[in-house]
Design a protein around this ligand. Structure first.
Ligand code: SF4
Length: 188
C-alpha cells in the first residue's frame, strides 16, 4: 500500500500520540473535543495546483459544504516541499474575502463616484472603447516607413492574480489587436 509522506506523518503522529497518552492514563476526551472544533473538521481534502506561476506548487484545499475552509502547501510536492510563496499562501483569502469586489464598479468620465454595474454594461463599454481607440490610432507603418501594424495608445497591465493560462490568452488577444505595451505587476 502506498502511503505519502504526509499520510505517514499523520498516521504515525496520531497513532503514537494516542498510544502514548492513553497508555499513560491521560483522559483524551478534551483533546478529541478540541479537535472536533478545528476549522478543517469534517472537511474533504482536495489536491490542487497553484496557477499563479510555472512552479505549479501543490496546494491542499480543505473543502466543507462546497466552501474552502483551509489551504496549505503539500509536503509531498518535490519542488517546494510544502512551502508556498506569499501568493500561494494567500490562496484561501483570495477565495473567501469579504473585501473582495463581487461586481464591477464604473466611474463615468468626470465623475467622482463609483457606480455598481452589471457585466454586460462593463464588457460592452470596454469593447467599444478598445474598438474605437484601435480604429483611430492603428499604425500600419512607423516613422521610417517600416511595416509595424500596431496600436500604441492602449496599454495592458496584468495582475498577479492572473494565472498562467489567463496570461497566455490575454497576451494572444492583445497581440492580435496590435497592442505592444504590455506589462505585469507580479514581482515575486
Ligand atoms: S505563485 Fe508561489 S505558491 Fe504559486 S506556484 Fe508560484 S511559487 Fe508556488
Amino acid at each position: 500500500m502506498y502511503i505519502s509522506r504526509r499520510g505517514f506523518i499523520k498516521l504515525t503522529g496520531m497513532g503514537l500520540a494516542s498510544l502514548g497518552l492513553s497508555g499513560l492514563g491521560f483522559n483524551l476526551r478534551p483533546v478529541r473535543a478540541y479537535a472536533a472544533g478545528l476549522k478543517i473538521e469534517g472537511s474533504k481534502e482536495i489536491l490542487s495546483i497553484c496557477g499563479f506561476c510555472s512552479c505549479g506548487c501543490n496546494i491542499i484545499m480543505s473543502v466543507r459544504d462546497g466552501r474552502m475552509v483551509s489551504s496549505e502547501g503539500d509536503p509531498d510536492y518535490p519542488v517546494s516541499e510544502g512551502t508556498l510563496c506569499s501568493k500561494g499562501a494567500a490562496f484561501l483569502s483570495m477565495h473567501n474575502n469579504e473585501h473582495r469586489l463581487q461586481r464591477p464598479k464604473y466611474r463615468a468620465p468626470g465623475s467622482d463616484k463609483w457606480e455598481e454595474k452589471d457585466w454586460d454594461f462593463v464588457l460592452e463599454r470596454i469593447a467599444r472603447r478598445v474598438k474605437d481607440n484601435r480604429d483611430q490610432d492603428f499604425l500600419l507603418k512607423n516613422g521610417v516607413g517600416q511595416q509595424v501594424n500596431r496600436v500604441e495608445t492602449i496599454f495592458q497591465l496584468g495582475s498577479s492574480q492572473m494565472d498562467n493560462e489567463e496570461c497566455a490568452v490575454s497576451h494572444q488577444m492583445l497581440r492580435g489587436l496590435g497592442v505592444v505595451y504590455i506589462d505585469h505587476q507580479a514581482r515575486v
